[in-house]
Design a protein around this ligand. Structure first.
Ligand code: ADP
Ligand code: MG
Ligand code: MG
Ligand code: MG
Length: 645
């Protein structure tokens, strides 16, 4: 969550009247930045991760694991630098914590961004672990900050899933399953939730295919949906077709925005380089979703998908019926000043729709781009090239969702609020981040598809690997361009159950820029994409290793980096299973599991306890993490001065 303005948010009916104003001034704000920073160059390679946690409360007597709603109190403690541990640290190492959408979520980032030197890459895991230990030290005895992507029983109706227990409902989400009190208490978040629902005209509809086990009824018609409730007009939606048979139905923003992820932001030397890295990263996004898949259970049911992406996409889908194509456009009000009512193909949380680098092959930009034409024309008139103008005009087809009355009229030369309002609610697989006004921060690119991993070893490995790839792209001038329509197809494949073993992904053959262009695209397994298959498809890992060879690192440093890379390779070829697969197996082998797809409170408790033990290095799972994980974890904890168990 980028922007957290303070003030009085406007009701949707009022906000919508100001949408054109926000868009107009938002683009003027972008133009201010562009004029100031378009020629900015020579910024150093800097990068940083964002790690999201959910705070779980374990009750070892009742055998329950529930979500703590103490976000506010926890953040007040974690954000104040009063602890001796904190004060003793240099600024670069001071853990930084931020709020997130769920009132059980926190996010951490490094005290200062890292460089891409081997020294810095090899600090990342310890830095992540320091943040986790710091958070743990400030939580209550049975609270644990867990980097789990989706809470398996979020929205289950047979037993509480929050601590304290709450009743579902509330005027923001009007959910049958989630209480509004589960949402971050900052007024921005309930307002965002309500305005998405109001703009859309119904509650959001999320249907994830259920995993049909041997005792799961066919068709599966969820008996736990409280159809009888009659609090809000929307309560009847589930019975009237919103809840699909054979699916796990969810009806609120919290189901998606309440998931945790791992994001990495890197700075480029200048705007053009940032656009190049953005493009080269885009075809990689589905591969990293598949390899980090960690979200196979929703509302207490095992799903037939392994990852969160479609859930979160649907959870903030604010498009009207006409925009989604389920009602005639003639009934649709005009949303944009110069654009007729139009269909919108995707949710505001979805995959990238256009390449940005001026050298991108036009035929690979094969997605029809809905645009706010007044925005595009203004940018073109200001001398901005078509690709960037169209990218922004595409982001600006969306309405601003939360407008604070105190911040409607701002100085466009000193504020980015209106630009950020639209930019930060376009949640795509990649984000192109312009420099903040007047600061020391340059053009950046954010890599957003990954699911958060259980341990900091894994989170560090994936972050480091992605950062190395961003260097490799520039160093070897790689050419990963492929049609964006196929990247989208890959996004769907990436979420399939056990994608590593069951799916092939479209990918570019011949990665060198001057390579022959016959048969540009092949279909590959993740193992082939990471390890390479033949001369035409060299593989990401060999490419990273070639880059490291050229750096001629000290042997110990190289060995440490190779450990992370080898781990990524073992996930890619299935030697080590994904978190999603581990969770499925755990449920299936639990003595109380009835092979009916139901994840009971007890199974949930045992699973989260076990995950916690694995993270702490108390339980070795050699087909999930490398065999030396536990020992390494303990050594790192000793380095940090964490008392042994
Ligand atoms: P958002 O939530 O908007 O994506 P955050 O502020 O939560 O952004 O995270 C941004 C990440 O970018 C952090 O890890 C931070 O360390 C990192 N970062 C900060 N400054 C720079 C910079 N100049 N270049 C690259 N990354 C940076
Ligand atoms: Mg976040
Ligand atoms: Mg963040
Ligand atoms: Mg981010």
């Amino acid at each position: 969550m980028g922007l957290l303005s303070l003030g009085t948010p406007l009701e949707w009916a009022e906000a919508t009247k100001l949408a054109a104003h926000i868009r107009k001034h938002g683009i003027d704000q972008f133009l201010s930045v562009w004029r100031a920073a378009k020629d900015r160059s020579g910024d150093p390679v800097l990068w940083g991760d964002e790690l999201e946690y959910m705070v779980v409360v374990f009750d070892p007597v009742q055998h329950t694991a529930r979500l703590s709603l103490r976000q506010g109190e926890i953040l007040r403690v974690l954000q104040s630098a009063h602890s001796p541990l904190f004060a003793a640290l240099p600024a670069a190492q001071r853990p930084t914590f931020h709020p997130e959408y769920g009132r059980y979520m926190i996010e951490s980032t490094p005290g200062e961004p890292f460089s891409a030197s081997a020294d810095d890459l090899l600090r990342v895991e310890l830095d992540m672990l320091r943040r986790r230990c710091f958070a743990k030290q400030h939580l209550r005895e049975h609270e644990v900050p867990m980097t789990v992507t989706s809470f398996p029983r979020l929205g289950a109706t047979d037993a509480p899933f929050t601590d304290p227990a709450l009743t579902a409902g509330g005027d923001a989400a009007r959910s049958l399953f989630l209480p509004d009190d589960l949402i971050n208490q900052h007024v921005r978040f309930p307002t965002l939730t309500a305005n998405i629902r109001k703009r859309r005209g119904t509650k959001v509809r999320i249907n994830v295919p259920i995993f049909h086990d041997t005792h799961t009824p066919r068709p599966f018609v969820d008996p736990t949906i409280p159809h009888a409730r009659n609090t809000f007009p929307e309560d009847s939606e589930a019975a009237l077709g919103a809840a699909l048979p054979d699916h796990i139905y969810m009806d609120a923003m919290g189901f998606g925005m309440g998931c945790n992820c791992l994001q990495v932001t890197f700075q480029a030397a200048n705007a053009t380089e940032a656009r190049r890295v953005y493009d080269q990263c885009t075809p990689l996004t589905p591969l990293f979703l598949a390899i980090t898949a960690a979200a196979p259970i929703y509302r207490g049911y095992v799903a037939d998908v392994d990852a969160r992406w479609n859930v979160i996409s649907a959870s903030v889908d604010d498009r009207t019926n006409a925009e989604r194509g389920t009602a005639p456009l003639r009934d649709e009000p005009k949303h944009n000043a110069d654009t007729a009512p139009r269909r919108l193909r995707k949710s505001r949380y979805d995959s990238v729709d256009s390449y940005l680098y001026p050298g991108a092959p036009p035929e690979d930009n094969d997605m029809p781009l809905e645009m706010d034409l007044s925005v595009r024309d203004k940018l073109l008139a200001a001398g901005i090239d078509p690709l960037l103008a169209e990218h922004l005009a595409h982001l600006f087809v969306r309405d601003p969702l939360v407008i604070f009355s105190e911040l409607v009229d701002v100085d466009n030369t000193t504020s980015m609020d209106h630009f950020e309002n639209i930019q930060s609610t376009n949640w795509q697989t990649m984000r192109f981040k312009p420099p903040p006004l007047g600061g020391h921060i340059g053009w950046r690119v954010e890599f957003r598809p990954m699911e958060v991993q259980l341990t900091d070893f894994e989170n560090a490995a994936f972050s480091i690997f992605v950062v190395l790839l961003s260097r490799v792209m520039l160093h070897f001038n790689t050419d990963f361009y492929m049609p964006l329509s196929l990247v989208d197809e890959n996004m769907q494949r990436a979420q399939q159950r056990d994608a590593i073993h069951t799916q092939r992904f479209y990918f570019r053959r011949h990665w060198a820029p001057d390579a022959e262009s016959t048969e540009r695209i092949g279909e590959y397994t993740l193992a082939e994409l990471f390890w390479g298959r033949d001369a035409a498809m060299p593989g990401l890992i060999p490419l990273v290793r070639r880059y490291l060879d050229e750096l001629a690192l000290a042997p110990e440093q190289r060995a440490e980096l190779d450990r992370y890379i080898a781990f990524i390779g073992e996930r890619a070829n299935g030697t080590l299973m994904t978190t999603a697969t581990w969770m499925r197996r755990f449920v299936h082998s639990h003595p109380q599991y009835k092979h009916d797809s139901v994840v009971s409170e007890k199974i949930n408790y045992d699973m989260l306890c076990t995950l916690n033990k694995i993270e702490r290095g108390e339980l070795a799972v050699p087909d999930f993490l490398p065999p030396w994980y536990a020992e390494r974890h303990r050594t790192m904890e000793r380095t940090l001065g964490v008392p042994s168990l």
